[in-house]
Design a protein around this ligand. Structure first.
Ligand code: FAD
Length: 503
């Protein structure tokens, strides 16, 4: 007999609800706990997972395999080409290991929910107890309702309800202990599983050697690193978060998004630890930096609630090239977008001639990460200045972000393009120059990422061709602005208005 825990995007031993329950069950029955992870190239393909993210997961799995082995817990890992076969494969393993109990944490995307529904049926047929629990977010989806009993579509009242709910149910923030040691006979019985090596990334999701080294250095993997990163942020920077979070050169945010999205860090752990360094138990009280940071982590919950309630934002429209996701605001389906390949290419490669946009896109391409303010700037620039379908940007982000998360990414794009849940009004169009002056006043961020402009002095950094630094920019091969913001603004206003008006 055995109890199985199926790891997905919950790649940690500590504070992992399903893993904790699985370990408790194994202990109560005095049988071994066996863990498994399935590498699914088709899922990577379907979910546009970036190679950097795949690499991060595989590096994390190597650490977990070692940590679990130290507890005599085997971690089974295999790669399955056809994702349809995953449930059956898991069933066969359960049978082979004599497992009567299977545990996992729920994922809220449509494909994953369908798979879990199928697992439920298969487990029922075979007499295996299947337990899938909420763990990925602090408050389970569906727990918060408006006065009319509906799902919130606006963040502020939702957040008030979120705060009240967590205050009322403080157990939501309690930590789940990591598993204890397996019976010593497990080593012998599951020898082959202990010996399994971590599979390589699928060829279309592999990094070059140079990229591998770079991402290893930028984003060390695993839950120990996640906790170190979080604790450093909590002891050094969170107090000033509210005033500094919007400045991309300030290194003032936690940079734990990859850990939240791969599950090397639970959102619950983050909120609990932030609360514990505050001088109040109230999540919205005490230090403004701490309360502000907790409210950002809550955005992640908000977008998952939205995804779980309105799965159509994930609907795949197979025949149309760029309409992978329907907008939350359905009337925005009719906006007439420009499909200008040269503009899209300039945006992707950071050669639009708008320094703040280019710096941000180059940060993304180099690090698999971009500062939140810059994500909003480049998203607004793509959807409104270039009038390119926001879904092309959403896809490009997923394909390059190491922290790519469908709900947060879709939510962020919907916000910036004004097509999503609780969005910017469509007539709010960021002026890239003003954003640059306000949030990168000294041009430090731009100089770091746009090397052609490294020698540009003073305020000219924000607009070298318009402010007398055109000769330096030209000499170093930096492009002129590809569009005129003022004209683009007028065009976007007209197109959005016409699109929304058309039924
Ligand atoms: P901090 O400022 O330290 O915030 C702490 C944590 O709160 C983050 O790690 C993240 O888990 C959560 N968080 C913060 N802001 C948001 C937000 N606006 N929405 C949801 N969660 C948030 N975040 C992702 O994790 N994955 C994505 O794919 C993603 N795509 C985005 C696309 C666009 C267009 C926009 C505007 C935002 C996107 N975000 C995404 C949200 C946000 O930019 C990142 O979570 C944040 O920049 C991560 O850096 P950090 O860990 O230092 O954040």
């Amino acid at each position: 007999e055995a109890v199985v825990h199926w790891f997905k995007r919950d790649l940690r031993l500590n504070d992992n609800r399903a893993l904790h329950l699985a370990a408790a069950k194994a202990k109560s029955k005095n049988v071994p706990l066996i863990c498994m992870f399935i590498v699914s190239p088709q899922d990577y393909q379907a979910h546009l997972t970036s190679p950097a993210r795949v690499d991060f997961e595989l590096r994390t799995l190597a650490i977990m395999k070692r940590d679990l082995a130290a507890l005599d817990i085997p971690l089974y890992i295999t790669s399955i080409d056809k994702r349809k076969r995953i449930p059956e494969h898991i069933m066969q393993l359960c049978e082979q290991w004599g497992a009567r109990h299977l545990y996992c944490n729920i994922e809220y995307e449509v494909d994953e929910l369908r798979r879990e529904a199928m697992m439920t049926r298969k487990c029922l047929e075979r007499g295996i107890a299947f337990t899938a629990v909420h763990d990925d977010i602090v408050v389970p989806p569906g727990a918060l309702k408006t006065g009319q009993g509906k799902q919130y579509a606006v963040y502020s009242p939702w957040f008030r309800a979120w705060i009240a709910h967590v205050h009322k149910h403080p157990d939501l923030l309690e930590a789940f202990e990591a598993p204890g040691r397996n019976p010593t006979s497990t080593r012998e019985k599951f020898k082959e599983v202990f010996e399994i090596v971590i599979p390589a990334a699928p060829p279309n999701k592999s990094l070059s050697d140079e990229e591998k080294k770079r991402f290893e250095h930028l984003w060390p993997a695993g839950e120990h690193e996640a906790l170190m990163r979080l604790d450093r942020f909590l002891s050094e920077r969170i107090g000033k978060y509210k005033d500094t979070r919007n400045f991309p050169a300030a290194n003032s945010t936690a940079t734990v998004s990859v850990h939240h999205s791969a599950g090397t860090l639970a959102a619950r752990t983050s909120v609990r630890r932030a609360r514990d360094v505050n001088n109040t138990k109230k999540l919205d009280g005490g230090n403004l930096g701490i309360a502000g940071w907790i409210s950002e982590v809550a955005w992640r919950d908000f977008y998952k609630h939205v995804l779980a309630h309105w799965p159509y934002i994930w609907q795949v429209l197979k025949k149309r090239r760029f309409t992978m996701h329907k907008p939350f605001k359905y009337e925005y389906t009719n906006i007439e977008w420009e499909y200008n390949d040269a503009h899209f290419d300039a945006w992707c490669t950071g050669r639009t001639g708008f320094p703040i946009v280019d710096a941000a896109m180059r940060q993304l391409n180099h690090m698999g990460y971009m500062h939140n303010r810059c994500r909003m700037i480049v998203a607004s620039f793509l959807a409104k200045d270039l009038l390119i379908d926001w879904r092309m940007g959403e896809i490009y982000f997923m394909e390059h972000l190491i922290d790519g998360d469908f709900a947060s990414n879709n939510g962020g794009w919907g916000f910036s393009a004004s097509t999503g849940v609780d969005p910017q009004p469509y007539f709010r169009i960021f002026n890239p120059l003003l954003q640059s002056e306000k949030f990168d006043p000294e041009g430090e961020y731009i100089r770091k990422w746009v090397e052609e402009l490294a020698d540009v002095k003073g305020k000219a950094i924000h607009d070298p061709y318009g402010r007398g630094a055109g000769d330096v920019a030209k000499r170093n091969g930096y492009p002129k602005p590809i569009v005129d913001h003022k004209k683009c603004r007028e065009r976007a206003l007209a197109r959005y208005k016409a699109g929304i008006g058309r039924e």
